[in-house]
Design a protein around this ligand. Structure first.
Ligand code: DGJ
Length: 729
């Protein structure tokens, strides 16, 4: 049992394998307070940490200073406008114009299993794996019932949270803010870690001290975004991969969000996460309920590395539904960087033919095959094949590709509409726009208003028709601009969230109707790489920057919280199209092997020498992918930190093998070989360096390290594969 209620002390005890979370009910009024989250403790009375005995903060015994109590009490979910001046979690506009919320404990339920959240992606688990606590609260004043929902994933050391709000009164109300989670705790000189970025520079790790006041990352772009990521961690100073206390908080949502930490006058912190309240409104008629998206919480006493592995295991076991999750994905070749918009059937078949001869398993036709699209200015919404380019039609092309022994995949961008399209000429009002204002173009396109059912139905019919028209086994679902001009109708505050719900509905229909389809999400590179999208697709395109060296920090930030199996990574041509850098072909492959692996180049045009390396690279993928996909990830060294080299490794769950990837970013003259201390091996096991007779103890490799041969040149890389051996013992 992972959840208990200690009735005598009025404490909820939530325990995972290594962590504990404690919630206390205080006073006859029923304040719900946060007592503890951290390393596992035994069940015991521990409500002293609510500090309700410290004058002047005793609510019922010192009503004169109630405001001081409200402003310092470590709450599980902050109300609004009643004395807690820190960040509120909820705001409600009632019929009489009031906005205050004062939530009090009513009752609780503990149930087996993990309830889903209607219309939203959410983690799942069997009845025997997980327990869920629902803390029922209410505010009779504004007429709402609020449930705080906690599910405890023992094995993965994860607790998920979400919140539902019901209009329990008899008049309409408007929610103007509903965060999904709040944690108050004493500051321990924590640092905050977030992931910032831009197009082609996604998920760069950033650490900063936590100062008094509020520090946050957020998106108001209608998607989780390149710029900020719906994740934050806070951790004790000096935390590294193996030591330090780390709290991670991750949002299962793909739209506007806020992740914020606030340090108070009394040196406590409040961490909140949820849908951003700016512009948000949600109408509730009597009896209606709004449920906020899920937040994933994890705690590690052993540094960032353990936080990473908790999240990797959690997403692999409880978020990604695709049947491809535990399968090797076909090695694909995508024609985007090979041809951009300039392709036809002959060109694609020439690429497919050579790809097949070199062991590649799937051709993906990217942007430009539909309407009359020859650049990014037209045709989004017109999902019928351009027979001037795809001569003989889509089915003919797919059949020919299949005859060559390759699977076929296709690119679509269903959420968009070009002003120059048949769809726009017919339904100009289907695009997000403010009446009497010219909507803002981005990449020459507008966003379809997916809050409207007729728009969703049209979009879905198009996607369905394309996929059913030929043997299409993979779809890359792209989204190449962020939302603006959300302003039509009388419930505009709902539109941004309804748009996200619309995307989820479309993808839900897609994966239900085509369970064997391999879906890869994408958004101008990796602008919608989030746990919400992983619920639908087992992999997401990580970044449009395919340069092996730029990818080191992009992939490091991505791997910090997402399993390697989810990370779209391809080998592209040089000089790299984004940064103009040239790197060795093998280094590009070694870096891409950390993800789903594929090619993004014109195989008919690269040098003979590089082409000849492809079969070897494909066989490396087949040899290592089971390990990379299913194993435990360890970050050994970061080029971002040391400026010279990068190193990560994946260790099999049973410790029977490990793959170390080392990238020497910059060569240096006249130096010793570099010593690297490996992580995660079994100290009592001997490992042989695959392909050699060299045998090392796991204890030696981890404590003394291994020597990396000095390589001549920049951007060089090596893979080291260690397998079990017992010749030392
Ligand atoms: C952005 C994607 O990230 C690219 O891979 C490519 O599909 C383009 N869109 C096509 O427009």
């Amino acid at each position: 049992m992972s959840i208990r209620y200690d009735e005598a002390n009025r404490i909820f005890e939530l325990d995972t394998r290594n962590t504990s979370y404690r919630i206390g009910i205080v006073d006859e009024e029923g304040f719900v307070g946060h007592i503890y989250y951290g390393q596992k403790i035994r069940p015991q009375k521990c409500d002293q940490f609510l500090r309700t005995c410290e004058a002047p903060f005793v609510p019922s015994k010192n009503n004169r200073e109630r405001c001081s109590f409200m402003d310092t009490f470590p709450t599980e979910y902050s109300g609004n406008g009643i004395g807690d001046y820190r960040e509120s979690c909820i705001a409600v506009k009632t019929a009489n114009g009031s906005r205050t919320v004062d939530l009090k404990f009513v009752d609780y339920d503990i149930v087996n299993g993990k309830p889903g959240i209607s219309g939203l992606p959410a983690s799942f688990a069997g009845e025997e794996e997980v327990q869920t606590l629902v803390v029922h609260m209410m505010d009779g004043g504004c007429g709402i019932d609020v449930d705080l929902i906690y599910s405890v994933f023992e094995d993965e050391n994860v607790i998920t949270r979400s919140v539902s709000v019901k209009n329990a009164g008899d008049r309409d109300i408007r929610l103007t803010k509903v965060y999904s989670a709040c944690i108050d705790m004493d500051d321990e000189d924590f640092e905050m870690l977030t992931l910032h970025g831009s197009w082609a520079r996604e998920r760069q790790i950033e650490r900063r001290p936590i100062a008094y006041g509020k520090q946050s990352v957020s998106s108001l772009r209608g998607e989780s975004s390149h710029q900020d990521h719906p994740f934050m961690a806070w951790m004790t100073k000096g935390t590294d991969q193996t030591t330090g206390d780390v709290y991670g908080m991750h949002f299962v949502y793909s739209g506007n969000f806020i992740a914020q930490i606030e340090k108070s006058q009394f040196d406590s912190i409040r961490a909140v996460m949820g849908i951003h309240s700016e512009g948000f409104e949600w109408w509730l008629t009597p009896g209606e309920t709004f449920t906020a998206p899920e937040v994933v919480l994890t705690y590690s006493h052993d540094g960032l590395g353990q936080m990473t592995r908790n999240l990797h295991d959690f997403y692999r076991c409880h978020m990604i539904r695709s049947r491809y999750l535990h399968q090797k994905r076909p090695v694909l070749i995508n024609n985007w960087e090979a041809t951009y918009f300039d392709f036809d059937t002959d060109k694609l078949l020439a690429i497919a033919k050579s790809a097949a001869e070199h062991g590649i398993e799937m051709l993906v036709m990217d942007d430009g095959w539909f309407g009359h699209r020859n650049d990014d200015a037209t045709s989004l919404g017109d999902w019928f094949v351009n027979e001037n380019k795809i001569k003989g039609g889509l089915k003919h092309l797919v059949d020919e590709v299949n005859k060559l022994g390759l699977k076929f995949g296709i690119w679509m961008e269903p959420e968009m509409i070009s002003p120059d399209s048949e769809l726009y000429r017919k339904h100009p009002d289907w695009a997000f726009a403010v009446p009497e204002r010219t909507a803002t173009l981005s990449r020459n396109q507008y966003v379809l208003d997916l809050s409207r059912k007729e728009v969703r139905d049209y979009v879905y019919e198009c996607v369905h028709n394309v996929i059913s028209s030929a043997n299409i086994e993979y779809v890359k679902w792209d989204m190449n601009r962020q939302l603006t001009d959300i302003g039509r109708g009388d419930r505009q505050g709902e539109l941004a969230h309804r748009d996200v719900l619309g995307v989820y509905e479309l993808q839900e229909r897609l994966v239900n109707d085509f369970p064997d389809l391999l879906l890869e999400n994408c958004s101008g590179g990796g602008a919608r790489f989030d746990p919400g999208m992983l619920y639908y697709s087992p992999q997401i395109w990580c970044s449009d920057d395919t340069d092996a060296i730029e990818r080191l920090s992009i992939q490091e930030g991505t791997e910090l919280i997402y399993p390697l199996s989810t990370m779209g990574a391809h080998v592209s041509d040089c000089p790299n199209h984004t940064v103009g850098r040239s790197t060795p072909f093998m280094t590009r492959a070694h870096v891409a092997l950390a993800g789903t692996f594929g090619y993004e180049l014109d195989i008919t045009k690269i040098s003979e020498e590089e082409r000849a390396m492809i079969p070897e690279q494909v066989s490396m993928y087949h040899k290592y992918n089971d390990l990379v996909r299913e194993g435990d990830y360890y970050r050994v060294a970061s080029y971002r930190e040391n400026g010279l080299y990068d190193c990560w490794m994946v260790v099999a769950k049973d410790k029977s093998e490990a793959l170390v990837t080392y990238v020497q970013v910059l060569g240096r003259p006249n130096v010793h070989s570099r010593k690297i201390k490996l992580l995660g091996l079994d100290v009592a096991t001997d490992y042989r360096l695959d392909g050699t007779e060299k045998v090392y103890g796991g204890d030696l490799l981890m404590n003394a390290g291994m020597l990396i041969e000095t390589m001549r040149g920049d951007y060089m890389s090596r893979l080291y594969h260690f397998v079990l051996d017992n010749s030392l013992t």
